[in-house]
Design a protein around this ligand. Structure first.
Ligand code: IPM
Ligand code: MG
Length: 354
């Protein structure tokens, strides 16, 4: 099993190191062999090669079975032009690998209930929703430009979706919903955007092929509010690139911390891209403070979706749960009477439990 590993910037290397540690334990336990190749992307690639996504990285990733990624970006590269920023590397690798479906499960470990900013009576006993975010289209990839106008400047970013782009992501959502609670909420802004109106047409057409799945529609502003008011009304949220980006950060916080949420990006071919949804958090980089759980949960998703190793994925999730049971917490999920540990220690504890 060939893995490309992109540590990235900020806390990326710290959390990926823990994820790699966990892969090591899994490969021993299941007697399987992962071949790693570390490649550069983002700010680290800019420093080394001048571009955020070197050709070599693209090639190695394309020749791998899965790509594991930390996070990219940081203030050091903020002034670089848009096309050469670290984030441009991330967007290009998603596009290059054709991973149009970004699955972002927001699952709350019951041990972290008190870390969630929501009141207990709103949270209920558990929280388990899946955001299916379109990842290689929409406003992120539309034409962008600036022009001088009489009274200053004007900038634009075009948001466009084609029917095939919408239907392929919708199908992914319906397939996922089938294995869950059979409910999809399409989140859009169809009271304003033509894009959203097309999404509704296409998605409602596909829904006819899945008569046992309950499809409803919600405007994105309302969805942002409903996630706080009653998150358990959702099962699968299907949405476009930008709304998915925003709502997944919001949903992560409901589970206790942005440091808890993993993601899997899958698509046209067999290569999957796995990354925590959090960013590079430059303010805490290099201090052994970052929560590695999202990166480690990304490994679980990788085992599940790319390598069909469901049991190993469960081992990881159970190990995390046991470590939380024992009261170990990184600072972002710290609570009264708990034991604070750093990034490295958290990775070690989880590895031991596996
Ligand atoms: C994410 C991130 C990225 C995105 C950034 C870093 C470009 O926020 O994966 O959610 O917007 O997709
Ligand atoms: Mg984001």
């Amino acid at each position: 099993m060939k893995l490309a590993v992109i540590k990235g910037d900020g806390i990326g290397p710290e959390v990926v190191n823990q994820a790699v540690k966990v892969i090591g334990v899994i490969s021993k336990k299941y007697k399987c062999n992962f071949q790693y190749q570390e490649v550069l992307m983002g700010g680290a690639a800019i420093d080394e090669t001048g571009v955020p996504l070197p050709d070599e990285t693209i090639e190695i990733c394309k020749n791998s079975d899965a790509v594991l990624l930390g996070a990219v970006g940081g203030p050091k590269w903020d002034k670089i032009s848009r096309n050469l920023r670290p984030e441009a590397g991330l967007l290009q690798i998603r596009r290059q690998l054709g991973v149009f479906a970004n699955l972002r499960p927001a699952i709350m470990f019951p041990q972290l209930k008190s870390a969630s900013p929501l009141k207990e009576e709103i949270l209920g006993n558990n929280l388990d929703l899946m955001i299916v975010r379109e990842l290689t289209g929409g406003i992120y990839f539309g034409e962008k430009n600036r022009e001088d106008i009489e009274c200053g400047k004007k900038a634009w970013d075009i948001m466009g979706y084609s029917t095939p782009e919408i239907s392929r992501i919708a199908k992914v959502a319906f397939e996922i919903a089938q294995k869950r609670n059979k409910k999809i909420t399409l989140v859009d802004k169809s009271n304003v955007l033509e894009n959203s109106r097309l999404w509704r047409e296409v998605v409602s057409e596909i829904a006819k092929e899945y008569p046992h799945i309950d499809l409803d529609y919600m405007y994105v502003d309302n969805a942002a509010m409903q996630l706080i008011r009653n998150p358990n009304q959702f099962d699968v949220i299907l949405t476009g690139n930008m709304f998915g980006d925003i709502l997944s950060d919001e949903a992560s916080m409901l589970t206790g911390s942005l440091g808890m949420l993993a993601s899997a990006s899958v698509g046209e071919n067999k290569i999957g891209l796995y990354e925590p949804i959090h960013g590079s958090a430059p303010d805490i980089a290099g201090q052994d403070k970052a929560n590695p759980i999202a990166a480690i949960m990304s490994v679980a998703m990788m085992l599940r979706y790319s390598f069909d190793m469901e049991e190993a994925a469960k081992d990881i999730e159970n190990a995390i749960s046991k470590v939380l049971d024992k009261g170990y917490r990184t600072v972002d999920i710290m609570g009264d009477g708990m034991i604070e540990v750093g990034t490295e220690k958290m990775g070690e504890l989880i590895s031991e439990k596996i």
